[in-house]
Design a protein around this ligand. Structure first.
Ligand code: NAD
Length: 244
């Protein structure tokens, strides 16, 4: 028996990086996984895997969320797990960030997880159980990244705690993960500078960058019944970078 056997899990951003790794791990551990992503081409590959269903979703759309949650519930009979993982980043220097940049970032990284919880929680509440995992970032906890990305991840941190409080009585747990630098397509640019990469590794107590599996395994624990009494928790997964 897998650790999330027969659970129905929606994983946003499931077509790449950390999300794709979670889709693989959760399905290996027995879940029926809905890999929800805006990138339809990448979803085609995900949909070929056993027990994985690729579905198109723009996380910043209220309408998309309403229809996805309804469809998943109708098709699979319930929703047990939601991982709000989809996100975008930006390398723009703070002097160049304008209101459009800010609003796009907050729409995807902030409203996305909010809308996901808003539309999925009622289905979880109906069965008096559910686990929601929101992916924030270490930049929401320390003074790194004076930009719209960190602001959006700070929003994820705040709404995760608030949702844990609001939904606890419905049997829904809400926890947040705070990854450090993880090697995925999002951070690909880093590998072009060996010098920068070397400095980042040097600055990390565990002397390596993170891998998608480092985050996926923590999400699996929070999704499973092994963490049945954990809600409102914040787990930093950054090799000790922010502990210094
Ligand atoms: P990634 O770029 O590899 O994957 C992100 C996925 O989200 C892509 O498949 C993309 O198509 C999807 N996506 C983007 N906008 C979307 C939208 N509007 N609707 C639906 N899907 C959308 O990134 P990743 O590194 O795997 O990051 C996953 C999450 O982890 C993000 O929230 C990111 O901010 C967070 N994170 C990553 C790192 C890191 O170093 N990689 C560090 C901290 C936090």
């Amino acid at each position: 028996m897998g650790r999330v056997a027969n659970k129905v899990a929606i994983i946003t951003g499931g077509a790449s990086g950390i999300g794709e790794c979670m889709v693989d791990l959760f399905s290996q551990e027995g879940a029926i996984v809905i890999a929800a992503d805006i990138n339809e081409t990448a979803l085609e590959a995900a949909s070929k895997k056993e027990n994985v269903y690729g579905m198109k979703l723009n996380v910043s759309s209220d309408e998309d969320w309403a229809s996805l949650a309804k469809e998943v519930n109708e098709r699979f009979g319930k929703i047990d797990i939601l991982v709000n993982n989809a996100g975008i980043s930006s390398e723009k220097p703070y002097q160049d960030i304008n209101l459009d940049d800010w609003q796009k970032m907050l729409a995807i990284n902030g409203f996305g997880p909010f809308a996901g919880m808003k539309h999925v929680a009622p289905y979880m509440a109906a069965q008096k159980q559910g686990s929601i995992i929101n992916i924030s970032s270490y930049t929401a906890q320390i003074g790194q990244g004076f930009n719209h990305y960190s602001a959006s991840k700070g929003a994820v941190r705040a709404i995760s705690k608030a949702a844990a409080t609001a939904f606890g009585r419905d049997g829904i747990r809400v926890n947040a993960l705070f990854p450090g630098i993880i090697e995925t397509p999002m951070t690909q640019a880093l590998s072009t500078s060996k010098e920068l990469l070397g400095r980042l590794i040097q600055a990390t107590p565990l002397q390596r960058l993170g891998q998608p599996a480092d985050i996926a395994k923590a999400a699996l624990f929070l999704a499973s019944d092994d963490s049945a009494y954990i809600t409102g928790a914040e787990l930093v997964i950054d090799g000790g970078f922010s502990a210094q």
